[in-house]
Write a protein that binds this ligand. Structure first.
Ligand code: G2H
Length: 248
């Protein structure tokens, strides 16, 4: 059975003080042991978040990572640096990074491989634009993104990959894909994974939905057959909402 994973993606939000206050407010309230709760935060918050969540089951993730261990890459952070903080997850290939920071399927693939080699579980983001959806290309786009991002990922490592399907037109726009629309694409993505890794692995891999998930729609989304969790931006920033999301 796949353990659902609800991950907050804080994007470029919160100071250290705000992050620690957030954890203090949710501590003891996030009590759905059937769900894995994760906070993916800016680099500056990671150390304090690890510290603040000690003794809880809340996992901490970064939102990006370079594929080299070190070097002349101004502004970047590497896997060994995240390892030093015992970071559990890293969001890779988020559409905002693809759109604003030239992230490509090739760089995402290198990062996925490095994360897995480093013991950091990747949350691999995929999803189509509005134009692609309207041109009926959603599944083709997702297939290519999955295949390219997973090139050379072994069967064993694949079990650790979380895929997040985030239709770009539903991100931060208030427009959510209907639960059925999301489930349909996610079931297709599972089929793509099956084609690459076989049935057993495809049944183990967790696939989240992301895009304007909030307490009001989380249970409908989570009740779908193939959706194993949510990657939540805006609605994960308020402690009370985060608690409601995880305890859905
Ligand atoms: C999609 C999502 C989190 P939001 O980017 O990854 O953000 O929930 O604000 O649409």
């Amino acid at each position: 059975m796949r353990k659902p994973i609800i991950a907050g993606n804080w994007k470029m939000h919160k100071t250290i003080a705000e992050a620690v206050e957030f954890v203090n407010e949710i501590k003891g309230k996030v009590n759905n042991t059937d769900v894995e709760a994760v906070i993916c935060a800016p680099f500056t918050l990671l150390k304090d978040l690890k510290e603040a969540t000690k003794g809880t089951d809340i996992k901490i993730g970064a939102q990006n990572m370079h594929y080299e261990d070190n070097g002349a890459f101004t502004g970047e952070v590497s896997a060994p640096m995240l390892n030093e903080l015992n970071i559990d997850y890293v969001v890779l290939g988020h559409s905002e990074r693809r759109q604003y920071f030239n992230e490509t399927n090739e760089t995402v693939n290198k990062k996925v491989l490095k994360a897995l080699k480093s013991g950091i579980d990747p949350i691999l983001c995929i999803g189509e634009t509005l134009e692609e959806r309207e041109a009926d290309k959603t599944k083709d786009v997702c297939k290519v993104q999955v295949e390219k991002a997973l090139e050379n990922v072994s069967k064993d490592d694949m079990k650790k990959v979380v895929i997040a399907y985030e239709p770009i037109w539903a991100i931060g726009t208030g427009k959510t894909a209907t639960a059925e629309q999301a489930n349909d694409v996610i079931a297709y993505v599972r089929d793509v994974v099956k084609g690459l890794y076989g049935e057993e692995i495809s049944e183990e891999v967790r696939i989240q939905y992301g895009g304007s998930v909030k307490p009001a729609n989380v249970s409908e989304i989570m009740n779908q057959t193939d959706i194993d969790g949510a990657l939540v931006g805006g609605a994960s920033l308020k402690p009370a909402d985060f608690v409601e999301l995880v305890n859905f």
